[in-house]
Design a protein around this ligand. Structure first.
Ligand SMILES: Nc1nc2c(c(=O)[nH]1)N[C@@H](CN(C=O)c1ccc(C(=O)N[C@@H](CCC(=O)O)C(=O)O)cc1)CN2
Ligand SMILES: NCC(=O)N[C@@H]1O[C@H](COP(=O)([O-])[O-])[C@@H](O)[C@H]1O
Length: 288
């Protein structure tokens, strides 16, 4: 009989999705019969469903014991930027180092002369403009943007400082395949008007003692999609906006690379309650 293995977490009251919090989780891998016996005791919680790849197929699941090393296909990535593109540059370096099993195939921006677009052109990456505006008359329509990304055979779309709303046409064409990085601990300090230094200014003004980046899936509204990962950084009593922004940005670069590596290796698992979590590469029985 195939031994099904389930992962049971003793979930803390306020779990934080970070590598720090992961070490606080107590976990043990159990055989199916133990899992059912144990559930009433620990009151937890969610039986992990299998990972569903973005084409709807069942990607590698831990009960099959297949190695992720068995040639997981290099994923085609599209990046959306509006500014200097430091997150894009850090992610692309991670792909070139082999830390991320992905390849940047196209960049989309609403500002043809932004730093991220210049970097893409200098490295032979095509640049598309979206949306079409008076200032960017060569911009694509939403439908043409979807068509173009499908033609590029894009697997995942990564927003990295993109400041315009992603249209529902694209969200519907790429379910659970569009990620964004935001420079605060969502759901705090997110939504319309919360971008760039405005976010850090609001965090400091609030008296919050911690901040940090959030990576989340993108839905129709700003910053309301499922949270996938976070990291925390201290907010110091005498922080300037620039100092806090720089501290958070350093962690953004690290967090985004970790998350995109997991996405490209199909290590994102969707819990039955709809919350996405990441399976550890080092220990497949650990999740964060
Ligand atoms: N459908 C979605 N589109 C986008 C999302 C999202 O979650 N769902 N995330 C944003 C990124 N973002 C925060 O992470 C964000 C970007 C911009 C704004 C904002 O208020 N923009 C201003 C315009 C700013 C400008 O043009 O300079 C606005 O809409 O008035 C909020 C949050 C990317 N898209
Ligand atoms: N709400 C969206 C938002 O504020 N995104 C933020 O814009 C910056 C882009 O920097 P980059 O262009 O150097 O990657 C990053 O700090 C990112 O979190």
């Amino acid at each position: 009989m195939t031994e099904l293995r389930f992962y049971v977490e003793l979930v803390l009251q306020f779990p934080m999705r970070s590598t720090i919090a992961t070490s606080q989780f107590k976990s043990q891998s159990l055989k199916a019969r133990d899992f059912n016996d144990l559930l009433p005791l620990v009151g937890l919680k969610k039986r992990l469903s299998k990972c569903v790849s973005n084409d709807g197929g069942l990607a590698t699941s831990f009960d099959e014991g297949r190695s992720l090393e068995n040639g997981a296909r290099t994923k085609n990535l599209a990046v959306f930027v509006s500014g200097g593109g430091s997150n894009f540059r850090a992610l692309r370096q991670a792909t070139l180092k082999g830390d991320v099993n992905g390849s940047f195939v196209v960049l989309v921006t609403n500002k043809h002369d932004c730093g991220g677009a210049h970097y893409a052109r200098e490295n032979g990456i095509p640049v598309l403009i979206y949306p079409s505006t008076k200032g960017e008359p060569n911009g694509l329509s939403s439908n043409d943007l979807v068509t173009a990304l499908i033609k590029y055979e894009i697997d995942f779309i990564l927003l990295a400082g993109y400041l315009k709303v992603i249209p529902s046409e694209l969200i519907q064409a790429y379910p659970n395949s569009i990620l964004n990085i935001h420079p605060s601990l969502l759901p705090a300090f997110g939504g319309k008007g919360y971008y760039g230094t405005k976010v850090h200014k609001a965090v400091i003004a609030s008296g919050a003692r911690y901040s940090g980046p959030t990576v989340h899936f993108v839905d129709e509204n700003y910053d309301t999609g499922h949270i996938l990962a976070q990291r925390i950084v201290p907010v110091l009593a005498n922080d300037t906006v620039e100092e806090l922004a720089a501290r958070v940005l350093r962690q953004e670069h690290k967090l985004y690379a970790e998350v995109v590596a997991a996405v490209c290796e199909e290590r994102v698992i969707w819990r039955e309650d709809g919350v996405p979590i990441i399976q550890s590469k080092a220990n497949p029985n650990h999740y964060s």
